[in-house]
Structures are given as C-alpha cells and as structure tokens.
Ligand binder design. Sequence first.
Ligand SMILES: [Mn+2]
Length: 303
Amino acid sequence: MKRKVKIIGVPMDLGADRRGVDMGPSVVRIAGLNRKIADLGYEVEDLGNVRVTLAETASKGDKNAKYLKEVAEANEELAAVTYGILQDGAMPIILGGDHSIAIGSVSGIAKYYRELGHRIGIIWIDAHLDMNTPQTSPSGNIHGMPLAVLLGYGPPELTEIGGFCPKVYPEDCVIIGARDVDAGERELARKIGVKVFSMSDLDEIGIARAVDEAIRIATRNTIGFHATFDIDFVDPTYAPGVGTPVPGGGTYRESHLAMEKIFDSGKALSIEVTEINAVLDTGNKTGELGAELILSALGKKIM
Ligand SMILES: [Mn+2]
C-alpha cells in the first residue's frame, strides 16, 4: 500500500507582524512540491489552505501578544486539520506561514496520539528558541512564542487549543541551530530543561551527531516526533527569503542532512517548514529550498 501524505498550507503572517511569509505555502507549491512528493512514491492530497485573517483587516490588540485572537482562531482550525489527517491514516505536511502555526499543527497531532495513550516529541530546527511569552517577548510577535505555548507557557487562548495543556514535555523537545536568543526565553529553556544544540554546539560536534542525539531524546518517551523547520536556521546565503535573517546559520547540505536523518529515523510523525518570506526572496530560491527540504524528510536520497 502506498504511504499517504496530506498537505495543508497556513498563509499566516500575523505572528511575525510583517508581510511576505503569508505567501510561503504558494512558493513551496510553485516549486513543484506535490508532484515531487508523488514521484517519491507517495499518495499525495493537497487540502489547500487554512483560513487566516488578513493583516489589513485585523487590529493588533495587546502589544505584548499581537493579533492574539486571529492567531488563535487560525491555529484552532489548523489543529482540527492535522488531527483529521492522522485519523485518515496520512502524514501531515504543514506549509507556513510564520512559526506561530506550529501551535496548531502540534496541538492536533498531540491530541491524536494522546487519545491513543502516547506522548510526542518535537525537533525544532531554528535560529531562535521560540520560547518567549508575552511577559518576556521584546517584540510581542507570537512567532517567537510557539514552543513555550506548546510546553504550557503563554496565553490560555493558545495553550488550551485542543482542550488540554501542555501538548509536549520539555524532556521530549530539542532545539537545533539556536544563535539569536532572548534573555527571558533562555532562562525558561534552562529552568524547564529543553535541550538546545546551539550553532556553537554544531561547530563542535557537527550536525550529524546533534541530529542523532536530538532524535534519541525526542523518541525515548514518545511514539515519535513532529519535525518543524524554520527556514531561518539556514544561513541567509542559502535562504535569502527570510524575515529574520541571522548570520552564522546552517549550510545547504547541513540542512538537508538533518532532514535526511529525520527520515532515516522512521520516527517523524509530521513535517513542517515555516517562515519563507516570498517578498524578500531572490527568485524563488528559498521557496525551492523549502520544498527540497520536505523531500529530504520524506526520503529523497542522493544515491
Ligand atoms: Mn521559529
């Protein structure tokens, strides 16, 4: 029987408070994602996009958690979609959108496995920790908060999506690639014990060992893990289309090797790529990279 994947796009930019990442799902599709996944031997269904309020028609609300209402609404809907995809026996592929969408993706996935008596882990590949709360965030942008929310820290409108909290436990979550960290989120990560492989760690031990260790941590108590890839992990040289570029990131091959190892683990429950900014991109270089990274996570090999 063919393995099934279902794609859901989330044209969200409210969590970043900057236009451009709302076009992320389109540019990854334009890069030929659906056809290329089918070429790997999967049955592919594209469910289209979750409805997201346009920035121009929304009000920012609380400056410490901008567009909270709209971000919560879209993530409620996304949670129902990822839950439904798993019920249909398919693997969810989620196309961002800013990284606040991980709140909805993971809420639905964690709910599905929780009802079967399982925990899930997360491998969070990112230049940032995304572990701020409205109290610690320098910007008030929710895309800097999703991992904290999933761990149970943040506004109840977000932490309670799906009707339970937390979605994941710190000992099952690993961040890879951090290099731009705010004081408050550093403190939270240390306090609750989320494992972080910073870029310095990657320089020391290499991406291969870091990803192997991340997979071990994210699977030791769980049925498997959600892999979420913020394109800002990649050095801006290879991924210019990113809202928050930070120098000193992963190379093109390091990024692919991470995704190849995630596939080889056989433990990825779902794959997500976020924060591709079409407005800032050069051609569709970053959109194509996003599509290619998903293919590596689904088993595309050089040989
Ligand atoms: Mn992120």
